[in-house]
Design a protein around this ligand. Structure first.
Ligand SMILES: Nc1ncnc2c1ncn2[C@@H]1O[C@H](COP(=O)(O)OP(=O)(O)OP(=O)(O)O)[C@@H](O)[C@H]1O
Ligand SMILES: [Mg+2]
Length: 341
């Protein structure tokens, strides 16, 4: 009993996927202990935090003028340093059952093409929120570990992480990234496109949460058999009165075609730049999709059609990165082999 108590006290290290849309925390020996939207609600005047995570996301678009809703991450990097620090502090505390005295060692997944300045910002935000030692790890590498790809072998693996802010493509072999390419296109871009389309087509204003819901419910990248509809609530821009508009799946598919084709062309560029021996491994083994954007209906079918390669969506795309970082937390030898800084 004393032993388990001690173990609890010392095994407080955390793995974090600090994402544009969602932040996930994995505690050593426990697994995922926190999985919430990357949103902070603060008072304008005092900068006091009102809510973080799921509770804050519910307030999105509903706050009065003196209260602001902040998404601290944009395009995979920190956009608001103070809010990112507050958010990390809250999640780290939550991961430790609000015991604020523990100062954990933390490993954080970051986009593969992040600059040194951006890396420093992540480290400093984590340190400011109480972390003792901070390691950074490339998210694509983490996702590859998370989905169980054989990254240490002399064998080409392609992983595509379609997140809220960015899409990251990487070819990994022998514990290293052979090629990587990222574009600032992901789920957020899709949501913005839907807002713009509905505004233009129906003179109808919907909020960000509604557009995300439309994407999740009836969004698709490839024509499948269904033709679903979604009744979206919002405000009529002509009468100024709230109402509901019925939106069809094919309209949304067309609206999403541009961001989706950018994702596809990023994958094609990556394939063109992959050394031939590794490319032939990818022909055999295919492409693995992770990140929440991989859940867009038919995106795997479209990529399969466009590349003529096998494409699979991993079982739990939203948790792939944090599970990978978590595996590194449990296996320090693995972490030392691949940590970026
Ligand atoms: N069923 C679904 N269909 C389409 N998109 C979805 C679905 N479920 C979640 N998403 C989208 O996935 C995105 C979030 O994915 P994820 O949590 O992997 O991003 P992130 O890691 O926070 O972002 P990034 O890696 O860019 O920093 C959001 O844009 C969300 O709307
Ligand atoms: Mg991500």
């Amino acid at each position: 009993m004393i032993f388990s108590k001690l173990l609890g006290l010392f095994s407080n290290d955390l793995a974090i996927d600090l994402g544009t849309a969602n932040t996930l925390v994995y505690a050593k020996g426990k697994g995922i202990v926190c999985n919430e939207p990357s949103v902070v609600v603060m008072r304008m005047d005092t900068k006091k935090v009102v809510a973080v995570g799921a509770e804050a996301k519910r307030m999105l678009g509903k706050t009065p003028a003196n209260i602001m809703t902040i998404r601290p991450m944009k395009d995979g990097v920190i956009a608001d340093f103070n809010a990112a620090g507050e958010m990390l502090k809250y999640f780290i505390k939550k991961a430790h059952n609000r015991k604020s005295f523990v100062s954990p060692r933390v490993i954080i997944g970051v986009p593969s093409q992040i600059t040194l300045v951006e890396q420093r910002a992540v480290k400093e935000a984590a340190e400011a929120s109480g972390a003792r030692e901070v390691y950074l790890i490339e998210e694509t590498m983490a996702a590859a570990v998370g989905v169980g790809l054989p990254i240490d072998e002399p064998y080409g693996n392609m992983i595509v992480d379609i997140g809220g802010g960015t899409t990251d493509v990487a070819v990994i072999s022998m514990d290293g990234i052979v090629y990587s390419k990222a574009v600032k296109v992901g789920g957020d871009t899709m949501d913005e496109k839907i807002v713009a389309y509905v505004k233009e087509k129906y003179s109808f204003l919907i909020g960000d949460r509604t557009s995300e819901q439309i994407k999740i419910e009836i969004g698709s990248a490839f024509k499948l058999d269904e033709d679903r509809t979604y009744d979206a609530n919002g405000r009529d821009l002509i009468s100024g009165i709230p109402k509901s508009v019925r939106i069809r799946e094919d309209e949304i598919r067309e609206t999403l075609a541009e961001p989706v084709s950018l994702i596809v062309s990023t994958i094609k560029t990556a394939l063109e730049n992959t050394p031939p021996e590794l490319a032939s491994d990818i022909v055999d083994n295919g492409i693995v999709l992770a990140g929440g954007g991989a859940l867009l209906k038919g995106i795997d079918a479209l990529i399969r059609q466009e590349t003529r390669l096998p494409v699979v969506v991993t079982d739990s795309p939203l948790t792939a990165v944090v599970m990978g970082v978590g595996k590194m937390l449990e296996d320090l030898a693995l972490l030392k082999r691949i940590a970026v800084g």
